[in-house]
Design a protein around this ligand. Structure first.
Ligand code: BES
Ligand code: ZN
Ligand code: ZN
Length: 500
């Protein structure tokens, strides 16, 4: 899909997103005038409810039509994105190759943000999940959903250049998000650790960031024992991916941001085996890595004036004769020893090594790890926000604000020291699971904290409920791309206003 920004000459098929507010009757009257139809019917039958669609055909011109698209009462970025994505997903086979989207009736201050949201939504609405189907071509007719589609977004003349920049930004976000959809939706047998490594090397080359790979031998020689322990039950050995992005035109003062993402390509639980019913969903246990990779791709394509360093531990958690066993005591890169009380609590082990490895080399201004870490965070706050764990109030406030603004919400969880008490081990420095069925997402965060070297601006995001979910876009659960906007816009926020 290509996107054009115009201020006049709407194409024949025009999408008009409409708020459910006091201005709606007047807007409908105006559209009725353009379509040369009676306004009464529109005003009676189109309510403006969220995701409602009402098609108005212009009298005397059968190809000219208006898709009235209800936004409901929420006047924000996330809603515009969700509504346009839903519309495009449902109507793409009916829309012509060239379709318009009218934003001219929105206030000037909203135009850039709504252009970004609508362009992103329309692009993501075209995503096709069936990557492994033998038959790929469903509809031969050239429609918006198949072929070289063009979206023409109409904005007020005064906002043309801002909207054009917003559309370019949206194209970058949408492309990265679709790449991440493919990666996260890929089954475990088609994204083994070696495939994740190749994928990342290719992404770095294409988008413009450096990727260094620590393979099995490096992991052993460097003493990344916790990462090695998690991966050693798999025939495909673990890796540590080290990412580095700087813009081509470096500035003197740029924020340095560290991002760490859990990259478990499949989590069987190991010897502490998971129940079989939902185990197939554990192909998405690299959702944290996906968020970090998506952020690097987007930041590099946008050429953001910041330096990003990333560490992605990649491993497959398998049940096998070579796998770690409950009760085993392992070492870690930090030197601390860990008693494995549950092999299914593997994410915190690989994050521990990735965090201490990164911190040994760099001192980022902010350090964020992202992981599909615990089922417990889903039991606590469900599927509507990720859990955020940090001792830094300013960082928490920034992340929360960015998350609300882009619709990738965060909810802060407590980090009181009492939650870490049960991580004491008789034999080793720590154990990886408290053994108590309570507050597991918090004790997991407390475990990771031991490997952050007292970093003053560290946050851990538990995205177990957010990375992969039910939606109108697929039969089963599928990738959401959660975290890409959040982290990228967090980087932008750090450029605008560094932490004090
Ligand atoms: N990958 C899982 C967490 C998870 C659960 C992600 C559901 C997405 C959806 C993680 O490795 C895990 O198994 N955690 C255990 C921890 C427990 C053993 C302390 C859990 O949440 O049950
Ligand atoms: Zn697990
Ligand atoms: Zn896991």
């Amino acid at each position: 899909m290509t996107i054009k920004i115009l201020d006049k000459k709407a194409p024949d098929a025009l999408i008009v997103p409409l708020m459910l507010d006091n201005a709606l009757p007047d807007r409908l009257a105006e559209i009725a005038g353009r379509a040369n139809v009676d306004p009464g019917g529109l005003q009676r039958d189109f309510l403006g409810e969220q995701k409602e669609v009402f098609v108005v055909y212009a009298s005397g011109n059968p190809t000219r039509r208006f898709y009235l698209l209800g936004l409901g009462k929420k006047n924000d970025f996330a809603n515009m994105l969700a509504v346009t994505r839903s519309f495009c997903h449902r109507y793409k086979a009916k829309l012509p190759l060239k379709t318009g989207l009218d934003l001219r009736h929105f206030p000037d201050a909203e135009i850039a943000r709504f252009t970004d949201a609508a362009a992103t939504g329309m692009s993501l609405g075209l995503y096709k999940i069936g990557k492994y189907r033998a038959e790929q071509n469903e509809k031969p007719a050239p429609t918006f959903g198949s072929g070289k589609s063009e979206l023409q977004i109409l904005v007020p003349a005064a906002a043309l250049s801002r909207a054009a920049a917003a559309a370019r930004r949206a194209e970058i976000f949408a492309a990265a998000t679709q790449q991440i959809f493919d990666l996260t939706n890929a089954p475990g047998n088609r994204k083994t650790p070696d495939i994740m490594v190749e994928w990342t090397l290719a992404a770095g080359r294409e988008a413009g960031f450096d990727v260094r790979v620590l393979g099995k031998e490096d992991i052993i020689s460097e003493g990344l024992e916790a990462l090695f322990a998690v991966g050693k039950g798999s025939p495909c050995p673990p890796s540590l991916l080290l990412l580095d992005y700087s813009p081509k035109n470096r500035k003197e003062k740029m924020p340095l941001i560290g991002l760490v993402g859990k990259g478990v390509t499949f989590d069987t639980g190991g010897v502490s085996l998971k129940p079989s019913a939902n185990m197939h969903l554990m192909k998405s246990d690299m959702g944290g890595a996906a968020a970090v990779l998506g952020t690097f791709i987007t930041a590099a394509r946008l050429q953001l004036p910041a330096r990003l360093i990333g560490a992605i531990p990649v491993a497959e958690n398998m049940i096998d004769g070579l796998a770690i066993k409950p009760g085993d005591v392992i070492g870690s890169y930090s030197g601390k020893t860990i008693e494995i009380t549950d092999t299914d609590a593997e994410g915190r082990l690989i994050l521990a090594d990735a965090l201490s490895y990164l911190l040994k080399r760099e001192k980022p201004d902010a350090l964020i790890d992202v992981a599909t870490l615990t089922g417990s965070i889903i039991r606590a706050i469900g599927y509507f926000a990720a859990g955020m764990f940090t001792q830094n109030d300013e960082l928490a406030a920034k992340l929360t604000r960015v998350g609300s603004r882009c619709g990738e919400r965060l909810w802060r969880m407590p980090m009181w020291e009492e939650y870490g008490a049960d991580l004491k081990s008789d034999l080793a420095d720590l154990r990886n699971f408290t053994g108590k069925p309570m507050a597991e997402s918090i004790s997991a965060a407390k475990f990771i904290e031991h490997f952050t070297d007292g970093h003053p601006a560290w946050a851990h995001l538990d995205i177990a409920g957010m990375a992969f979910g039910d939606s109108e876009f697929a039969q089963g659960k599928s990738a959401t791309g959660y975290g890409i906007r959040l982290l990228t816009e967090f980087v932008e926020e750090m450029i605008e206003a560094p932490l004090g």
